[in-house]
Design a protein. Structure first.
Length: 334
């Protein structure tokens, strides 16, 4: 009889314990969903906040201005008019036939720039979501005489965007190498602006090791993809054949880097061979002419992506480049 009562008491205790645990479970689940809802609402509220991105079309103001009103333009945009030049110099540029031709082409290509502004607006919103200190810069469009080395100039609160370097015009760009001119199209404005914004949040490596440079560029591309959804092949300007080549030869490229002891090399020539935009990468092998340029950036991105699983962006960006490589478990399949 005593044993029977004891069993009853044990069963009642178990039932009571189960009820308590069930209530705790329900509370925890409720808190989880409330937390998720809060985070989702927070994210949605931030992403709904829109910045009114409008390019300041300075090139239109300049080329469509009267000679007599140029003084006012210089007063409003002093940073675009170096003091060593006289007003007569600017009038000469404004009336130059080649410059006028380039400006007319800019007007035709960018007659409606709202779609590009909307894309940049979304990128700024996503950047603000991840980086609360981000202040959207003002974008001033100019014509710089097709100086492609200065397509975009970053000055923190201002970005100078040379629209004449994105016209996609074969005749105007006929003297520019194809691997460069192929990326001088309207679509690449989004790419270049995203890269510029992303590079602000990625620290330049202190050491000169090749592996540190790989990870540095990999972080930039990873962040670019995060705030703009630009795929790595599009950022690098790869066509279908080039993308297929690097996907099929990623393992061979990595093997080449390892077997030739390149990862810890500090030779600056490696930048030109595997990181710089060029007609192709330079292994010193028969495959060179088949390979796309910047294979080092592709590898760097794959390493960062391998490390990034289940980690937030701040862990990724703050991680030492060499430690990130060691903890990435990067193993190319093909």
């Amino acid at each position: 009889m005593f044993s029977f009562k004891k069993n009853i008491i044990q069963i009642q205790c178990q039932i009571k314990s189960f009820k308590i645990q069930s209530k705790i479970f329900v509370i925890l689940i409720s808190l989880f969903f409330v937390s998720c809802d809060f985070e989702n609402n927070k994210k949605n509220n931030v992403l709904k906040k829109t910045y009114d991105v409008k390019f300041d079309r300075f090139e239109k103001k300049f080329f469509q201005s009267n000679d007599d009103s140029l003084d006012i333009l210089i007063e409003n945009y002093p940073y675009l008019f170096p003091r060593q030049y006289q007003i007569s110099d600017w009038i000469a540029i404004k009336k130059d036939s080649t410059r006028k031709k380039i400006f007319k082409k800019s007007l035709d290509v960018f007659k409606d720039i709202e779609s590009i502004e909307s894309e940049i607006e979304r990128i700024f919103n996503k950047t603000k979501f991840y980086f609360s200190d981000f202040i959207p810069p003002k974008i001033i469009s100019i014509n710089n005489g097709i100086d492609y080395k200065y397509k975009i100039v970053d000055s923190d609160s201002l970005i100078l965007l040379s629209l004449d370097c994105y016209l996609g015009d074969y005749l105007l760009y006929k003297n520019i190498p194809n691997h460069i001119s192929s990326q001088m199209k309207p679509d690449f404005i989004k790419n270049d602006l995203t890269e510029l914004i992303s590079s602000r949040y990625v620290g330049v490596p202190i050491d000169r090791k090749f592996v540190s440079k790989l990870i540095y560029h990999g972080k930039i591309i990873y962040l670019m993809n995060l705030i703009s959804d630009i795929p790595v092949n599009q950022f690098l300007g790869y066509n279908k054949e080039q993308t297929k080549w690097i996907e099929n030869n990623e393992k061979n490229v990595w093997k080449y880097f390892i077997e030739n002891d390149l990862l810890f090399s500090t030779k600056s020539s490696l930048d030109y061979r595997f990181l710089a935009n060029a007609p192709f990468s330079k292994f010193g092998l028969s495959i060179d002419y088949e390979s796309p340029p910047m294979v080092g950036k592709w590898i760097g991105y794959q390493i960062v992506k391998s490390f990034a699983k289940n980690k937030n962006i701040f862990e990724i960006l703050s991680m030492d480049n060499y430690k990130l490589y060691l903890n990435s478990n990067y193993k190319p399949i093909k």
